[in-house]
Structure formats: C-alpha cells, structure tokens
Design a protein around this ligand. Structure first.
Ligand code: ATP
Ligand code: MG
Length: 311
C-alpha cells in the first residue's frame, strides 16, 4: 500500500461561469465541481489509477473534513485523516471566458501544538502496512517546518520508503532527515540552493550535489516539458517525454510523485522508474483534470519516452 500525506488539504471548488466576472455584482455559477484537493491527494489519485492500493492521510476538520474524505473515497482512495478543531478550508477557482482562472484560497485552520504531537504519536499506526509514503506541499499554521523530518524519522524506523515533494523551509529543514527521494522543480532548487539555475549543466550539478551532500538516494529535478533528471548511486539519468500539446499541466509534478511511489513499491530500477514517471506525468499533462491521467494516453506516450545516461 502507498500512503500519501496532505497536511494542508482543501475542498477544491471549480465554479464554471457562463460570462465574465464583474466585481461588485451578483454572479450566477453555471456549474460547480468539488474535488478533494491538495498536492498529496493528487498524488493519491494518480497512484490509484496506476493500480496501487492507496490511502490518504493528513489534517482534516469539521464537516468539510468529512466531505474531503468522502470525495477521496469516491476516487477509490482510502482515508485516514487526523481530525482537528476547525473546518477544512475551501479553495475556489472561478473559470470564466474573459479572465480564465481566478483563485480564492481560504487560510484554513490553525493546528495546536498538542494536535501535532498526537498526530506524530498516531502516525506509526496510520502508516502500518505501507511500503511507500509520499509527503507533499505545505502545512497549516501551527505546524513546525521540521514536521516532515520528524515523519521521515518515524518511517525510516519502520523500514518504509519516503518521497518528499515540498518547498521552502519545509524542504530545507527536512533534507538532513534523509528521505529516499525528493522531487523539486527548477524554482524550488533555486530557492533551496540559493543559486540561479542557468541551463542544463546547472540542473545536473544541483541534482548531484543534493545526492552527495545529504545522501538522498534518488534526487529528481522535474523540468516541465523537458522531463526530469534523476541523480542516484547508479548515475545521472534524463527522462524525456515526446513533444506534446499539453491540456493542463497543473499537478503534473504530483502525478510524477505518484508514479515514482508506484515504481518504488514495484521495486523498479532507477532508469525504469524515471521512464515510467515521465510517461505518467506527461499523460497527466494531456488530461483536463488535475491528479488524473488516461491509461490509454499513457500507453501511447510510454513508447516514446527516452531515458538517457548523463553521467
Ligand atoms: N508540457 C509537458 N509535456 C510533457 N510532459 C510534461 C509537460 N509538463 C510537465 N510534464 C511532465 O510532468 C513532470 C512534472 O512537471 P513539472 O516539472 O511542471 O512539475 P511541478 O513544477 O512540480 O508541477 P506541480 O507542482 O504543479 O505539480 C515533468 O517532469 C514531465 O515529465
Ligand atoms: Mg511541484
């Protein structure tokens, strides 16, 4: 089983409008789509489509928290959220013909220090039976930046593989905990290493440096349409997708994380895992839905993904 951790989950509401938004007026919404949102839930849905048994955890609150779990289960993802006081936030994305997408993100609840402690205490039982755990995104207010380092420690003790996909201080504070894989994109690498990534050589150097300095077994840097680079003990590899006309690239990184979790669970070698994750995430760029891909589209793309040895 794969467990995905989403500390800052939300109910994502897409409001489809017939006409352009006019501020200060009453607008009627043509269609509403509600989904279980947050990066880790995208990871969960994609890993499920890949065929894995998947469970989602994180913080949830109130009726919205119950609704979040219900929505996740409708995607065939089991849930074991830790419930705290307050309501799970909603994130509203207004889609209209003039402005495209306008997002309103609620701040969400604060988590009390004692709830963080209780979550850490309960975590070993939540992840019991998992072979791989992914942790994605930021955390609500009140959760310390080293939370992922603490969770990583618990998983390492249990012999469970850990994939971390986060940014800012959540990432920098966790590297010394030595997760089995990280998946920053170029912006996240620049913020983490305090450098400007100027071209491909810088990408390769950054991946190698993170692998060497922190002993992180798999360092993946994702490069959007250029695929991804993986630095590991076996060398550095570059997985390249075919040229596509993407439909929706939001959450492609989450799809990549989900596919890597599945690859780890199936004990794929690094090159094979990279090729698989590039194909799944490229297929996800061809789906209008976030945290989704079509298996038939994946099949078509998989044959055209190339994995090259870079060093
Ligand atoms: N236009 C595209 N064509 C083909 N594949 C793509 C495209 N965009 C993204 N991908 C695939 O998805 C992977 C992850 O994309 P990206 O580097 O944009 O992640 P990200 O910035 O972490 O995204 P997010 O955080 O929104 O999920 C890429 O490594 C690539 O394999
Ligand atoms: Mg990302």
């Amino acid at each position: 089983m794969i467990t995905t951790v989403t500390l800052n989950a939300s109910i994502d509401k897409a409001y489809v409008m017939e006409r352009a938004i006019e501020n200060g007026t009453v607008m009627r919404v043509k269609e509403v789509r509600n989904t279980a949102g947050g990066k880790g839930l995208n990871v969960a849905k994609v890993a499920r489509i890949c065929g894995a048994d998947v469970q989602a955890t994180g913080f949830a609150g109130g009726f919205n928290g119950q609704y979040l779990e219900d929505l996740a289960r409708r995607s065939d993802v089991e849930t074991r959220f830790f419930h705290v006081e307050g309501e799970t936030r909603s994130c509203i994305n207004i889609l209209d013909p003039k402005y495209g997408s306008t997002e309103y993100l609620e701040p969400g609840f604060d988590v009390k220090a004692e709830d963080v402690d209780r979550f850490l205490e309960e975590f070993p039982s939540i992840i019991d039976g998992s072979s791989v755990v992914t942790m994605s995104g930021s955390a609500p207010r009140g959760v310390p930046a080293d939370i992922y380092k603490k969770l990583t420690g618990i998983m390492k003790q249990a012999g469970i593989k850990v994939i971390l996909d986060t940014s800012g201080s959540y990432l920098s504070e966790s590297l010394s905990g030595c997760p089995d894989m990280i998946k920053p994109n170029e912006d996240e690498i620049e913020a983490l290493l305090g450098i400007r990534v100027n071209g491909y050589e810088d990408v390769l150097r950054s991946a190698q440096e993170l692998h060497d300095t922190y002993q992180i077994p798999w360092v993946v840097i994702s490069l959007g349409a250029d695929g991804a680079v993986l630095a590991c003990e076996e060398g550095i590899f570059h997985g390249k997708p075919p040229v596509l006309t993407p439909v929706n690239t939001v959450g492609c990184g989450d799809s990549m994380t989900g596919a890597f979790a599945v690859a780890m669970e199936r004990k794929m070698k690094p090159e094979e895992a990279l090729g698989y994750a590039v194909a799944v995430s490229a297929a996800s760029a061809m789906s209008p839905l976030t945290g989704h891909f079509d298996l038939a589209v994946y099949e078509k793309i998989a044959g055209d993904v190339v994995v090259e040895v870079c060093g």
